[in-house]
Ligand binder design. Structure first.
Ligand SMILES: C[S@@+](CC[C@H](N)C(=O)[O-])C[C@H]1O[C@@H](n2cnc3c(N)ncnc32)[C@H](O)[C@@H]1O
Length: 396
């Protein structure tokens, strides 16, 4: 073991933690904790974001150096996902009130499940700070379990599945895709939509990145932006707020359009909704921009190419296609913690749907295979964002 490295990491952690502490103290902010009243989303201000990231990265490396290769490998918590699924299935977070104590027996009886199973599930969850056993057999909520009990979007996120033509369909004993399955079950579609809304609450997925780094400012007044698979229209509303002279059309499948929540009234003049299946020809001809946010990573190449080919007849000289998705980095070029997150997402897409995340070369190749007239413009990768802004222009 390189002794200098662990000392170097520990020193950097100590120095950076001192800076965070001094920032918190001088701004009258309390220190981080797992207490039930802790805000669920970490409210560290942006000015110390880079210092916090440096501590987390050094901390990860230090832990893994001390664990060594084998323990780092087997540390991976495969069963954690089963545990999360069981919490959802048995509604355990809602089986006792926030702020009160309960025994495993009481919780088991409230969720109609065996006490032994409840105890085993909850004790694994506790290793991730979900619930706390204050005395043997007696538990209370923590900040995370409180959010599971109270925030419907978070609860649904735990139980969410992504589009699939393989595992998900198999598990549902059907050859329908996930979206077809959802189309037949409005309650389930709503749960998925809530889960997506929760997923978007993370700072690395803020819509600001798309607003600040997309081509919106260079579009002519009155130019149309079509958000294909745009769900409830949040992206369009965020862009409309800063670029009010543009016109926005949100397209999605009928059940999603039907179940959407109303947008703020002040955007009704410029944001409209329409039913459209992106596997059929695009009905809005010659828009300035067609946006795909978090669409292509749900589909294998073959299907992405079908989606793009259905867009082609609507494109006119200079139309742009903007993709807001992960752009996988070259190996070892970004912090390990972030790279791990992006690559874990890629594997999740593979195992669930035969889909994938893509790197820059794969994005360019995908569009060229759909049609040679798609010309790559650029990838903008905001440092704090998980999603890049990838732009293509149509040239006859
Ligand atoms: C992962 S969500 C992304 C939603 C939105 N673009 C965002 O960034 O929040 C994928 C969206 O694609 C929509 N979708 C799936 N299949 C579709 C299809 N064939 N035609 C149109 N939309 C579809 C889903 O209803 C869902 O809203």
């Amino acid at each position: 073991m390189d002794h200098n490295r662990i000392v170097e990491l520990a020193t950097s952690i100590s120095q950076n933690v001192a800076k965070i502490d001094s920032y918190l103290k001088s701004n009258g902010l309390s220190g981080p904790s797992f207490d039930i009243d802790t805000p669920f989303i970490n409210g560290f201000p942006e000015e110390i974001g880079a210092i916090r990231d440096a501590v987390l990265e050094a901390n990860l490396e230090l832990s893994e150096l001390l664990l060594g290769p084998k323990e780092t490998f087997v540390e991976y918590q495969y069963n954690y996902f089963v545990c999360m699924r069981a919490l959802y299935q048995y509604k355990i977070p809602n089986a006792f009130p926030v702020g009160e104590e309960a025994t495993f027996a009481q919780i088991a009886s409230n969720c109609n499940c065996s006490e032994v199973v409840v105890r085993r599930i909850m004790r694994l969850a506790m290793t991730n700070r979900i619930f706390k056993e204050v005395r043997k057999g007696v538990v209370v909520h923590t900040a995370t379990s409180k959010a599971l009990a109270e925030d419907e979007r978070f609860r649904d996120y735990v139980d969410s599945e992504d589009p699939s033509q393989t595992g998900f369909s198999l598990a549902n004993n059907t050859t329908d895709t996930m979206y077809q399955i959802m189309g037949k079950d409005p309650a389930r579609a709503q749960r998925f939509s809530n889960a997506m809304a929760f997923r978007l609450t993370g700072p690395a997925l803020k819509l600001d990145f798309l607003v600040d780094h997309g081509p919106w400012g260079s579009l002519p007044a009155g130019g149309t932006v079509v958000d294909i698979g745009g769900s409830h229209g949040k992206a369009m509303v965020a862009i409309a707020e800063k670029f009010p002279s543009l016109r926005f059309i949100v397209q999605d499948l009928p059940p999603t359009i039907a179940a959407r929540r109303p947008i703020p009234q002040e955007f009704e003049y410029c944001v409209s909704f329409m039913e459209h299946d992106f596997f059929t020809p695009q009905p809005i001809i010659g828009a300035a921009v067609y946006l795909f946010r978090w669409i292509f990573h749900n589909w294998p190449d073959k299907h992405c190419i079908r989606i793009l080919k259905n867009l082609v007849p609507a494109l006119r000289q200079g139309s742009r296609v903007v993709v807001s998705e992960i752009c996988l980095p070259e190996p070892n070029t970004i912090a390990v913690r972030k790279e791990r997150k992006l690559r874990a997402m890629d594997i999740a897409m593979m195992t669930m749907q035969n889909a994938q995340e893509r790197d820059k070369g794969e994005w360019i190749n995908l569009f060229k295979r759909a049609d040679e007239r798609f010309h790559f413009v650029e990838v903008v990768q905001p440092e704090e964002s998980d999603l890049a802004v990838i732009e293509f222009i149509w040239q006859e």
